[in-house]
Design a protein around this ligand. Sequence first.
Ligand code: HEM
Length: 415
Amino acid sequence: MLTGPGCPVDESFDPLSPEFLADPYAVMALLPARGAPVFFAPSIGYYVVTSYDAVDAVFRDPATYSAAVAQAPLAPITPEAQQILLAGGHKPQPSMVSLDEPEHARLRKPAARAFSMKRVTAMIPAIEATTARLLDAVRGQDEFDLIATLAYPLPANIVFSLMGVPEQDYAQLKQWCGYRAALGWGRPAPELQVEIATSMAAYRRYLRDLVTAKTRAPGDDLASDLIAIHREAPERLTLDEIASILFSLSFAGHETTTGLIGNTARRLLEDPGRWAEIAADPDLIPAAVEESLRYDPSVPAWRRVTTRPVTLAGVDLPAGARLFLWLAAAGRDEAVFGQPDEFDLHRTDAERHLAFGKGLHYCLGANLGKLEAQIAVTELARRHPALSLVPDQQFTFHPNISFRGPQVLLVRTRP
Ligand code: HEM
């Protein structure tokens, strides 16, 4: 893509490079274009938007900045993988997060109605019980991996139970869900593309069957709530659309929250004083989760595409310009947050972060995700007030641009 005059270009910026994946904040600090609210990155063919105000302006103007590329494959998908996806009903325009109005509202309205605060609040006992059960499994162990033990299975179990998936199917679903982020947000090799596409197609089919089953035997779950809405006016919400909403929720509600729990725990534990502080005063935990979303968000980047020529932060963008909204950089914008590179449990304005987006597409599961992270950290700190990181571990991250959290987080329960 050609960039107009006045737009800095950073040839070296590659959000899938090993250095970036290991520590994007080190790359951020050294960017030649630091201070440039918008620059072009040829490695991905996207304009990178870094300043809080510019990211905010994009989210607030959905007519100019379309969500159509939100899930678009970053690297081309092979014809074989594409065929598998299409045959499985995985349409190129798959779900609410990448639809513009009015199609977006058609899915968002019933989903928001079914995903009510009442339903989220009703999940609290299940989140607490699942957290306790998962932590019981490592009771007495001196060391364990917090991701495999808690941060991965907790949100998976919660989102599946919210949807109304029978418990005996969780393991299969988790297997289908593994690594799917690579397809839209990474550069997977052709063989991996086929593997992921096959799992996603199977998952799509499973969800359509689940919806059919719930029409016959409704339960107290979100799928059944959506079916009730469908029955009020079948043409306004079809059964296929219900399956699509469930796909969105289960995709959006899983690794995002795993990352949030992992990042929050990592940031609290990397300074032993911080962990001691929240263990002594659990009322600080909601603020800790909020600060983690600002300082090290589990969705560090999201995408938009321009529908017309527009000037953003002084840079002229053509129609069709693809934007990499660097939410993690917006959280470190010193024009908005004092001492942005410091993790501060007592910051009063952390919740201004843009980690859940803003406007029409604002994350539907923000409350649920935060609640899960708060409950997970609270129970962890209650059981293990002297928890620490196993020293000298190298954190690794899944190679994709939008879902970030340590893949393994080894913790020690005794000093
Ligand atoms: C806890 C960590 C989470 C983070 C950081 C996160 C982040 C995001 C972001 C950045 C967006 C895009 C917003 C935009 O385009 O303006 C989004 C959308 C969405 N999220 Fe989340 N999310 C999280 C958890 C969840 C959970 C637990 C669920 C549901 C169970 C969920 C469901 C959704 C849905 C359905 C959308 C699409 C909304 C729409 O297009 O109208 N998210 N989320």
